[in-house]
Design a protein around this ligand. Structure first.
Ligand SMILES: Nc1ncnc2c1ncn2[C@@H]1O[C@H](COP(=O)(O)OP(=O)(O)OP(=O)(O)O)[C@@H](O)[C@H]1O
Length: 270
């Protein structure tokens, strides 16, 4: 299911937040969006998900315009982990995760329990079903929300579930092991034939997992390329205003990035 953006722009009041921007996202690929705070990354993913449609241009999922789609159809096409999720009431983890099953009406009660258990196992929270969501740590809450998204996606991309997975800063609250787990899940989704899109601030995770990197700067696409080409182009230094050294450690499959600490206001001494 290709996702096609044609001259997409978001203008709010007198401010152009995003675009115009044209690109296609293809099945089988994990695309990672990076860029400074306020660059328009969440605005881009909201336009793609249809959560806040573009004010100009079009976003098409398999040829169909998201702006004209009812919410139920959208929920069947894409699963979204937003940057922040607020839950004010003392729902259990099981209740939150099973929200992801709303579009899978055909499941039996036992099937629903299995789906929630599998999603919780995938995020390493097998025993958390009865816990109250507001009492969890920030990273645990993030993983519960990911489990909800995985329930929406289903067991396999080949199923009737969404073929587009959008993760907006999914690793922000996670320890290193769970960061790797989340990106492995996104990568597996893509390798099974889905379209995976993640917003990340960690450039090393982006370089390590992305098939394709989009660099956003003030709403414009500063780069759209394979990670090694983006890293070697110097565009990250330009966009973030921090000199960066790109390393290729021996035996390491992907390049690694070190920001120049001497640019800090109080640089650590060697
Ligand atoms: N509803 C809104 N009204 C006005 N401006 C908005 C609105 N939503 C976002 N913006 C502005 O649009 C710009 C892009 O916001 P966006 O959330 O897309 O950035 P981002 O790249 O995801 O940033 P971050 O890395 O900080 O999460 C910001 O300058 C923000 O202040």
């Amino acid at each position: 299911m290709p996702v096609t953006l044609d001259r997409v722009e978001v203008v709010l009041g007198a401010r152009r937040i995003l675009g115009p921007l044209s690109l296609s996202l293809l099945p089988g690929s994990l695309t990672v969006v990076v860029g400074p705070n306020g660059a328009g990354k969440s605005t881009l993913v909201r336009a793609i998900s249809g959560e806040r449609p573009a004010t100009g241009g079009s976003v098409r999922h398999d040829g169909a315009d998201v702006a004209a789609m009812p919410a139920a159809r959208l929920a069947g096409l894409r699963a979204v982990l937003p940057q922040a999720s607020t839950v004010a009431f003392p729902f259990t983890v099981y209740e939150i995760v099973s929200l992801g099953l709303r579009m899978r009406a055909g499941l039996s009660p036992a099937g629903r329990r299995r789906a929630v258990a599998a999603a919780l196992a995938a995020v390493d929270l097998e025993d958390f079903g009865a816990r109250l969501y507001p009492e969890l740590s920030g990273g645990e809450q993030q993983r519960v929300q990911l489990a909800r998204v995985l329930c929406q996606v289903g067991d396999a991309v080949g199923e009737a579930g969404p073929k587009l997975l959008i993760l907006d800063e999914p690793t922000a609250s996670l320890d290193v092991r769970h960061q790797l787990d989340v990106l492995s899940i996104a990568k597996d989704f893509a390798e099974a034939g889905g379209v995976a899109l993640a917003v990340l601030h960690d450039l090393n995770l982006a370089a390590g997992f992305a098939d394709r990197m989009l660099v956003l700067d003030r709403g414009r696409l500063a780069a759209d390329d394979a990670p090694d080409r983006v890293l070697s182009s110097g565009v990250l230094t330009q966009v973030f205003g921090v000199a960066m050294t790109v390393l290729s450690p021996q035996g390491w499959p992907r390049p690694a990035i070190l920001p120049d600490l001497s640019a800090c206001r109080s640089a650590p001494r060697g």
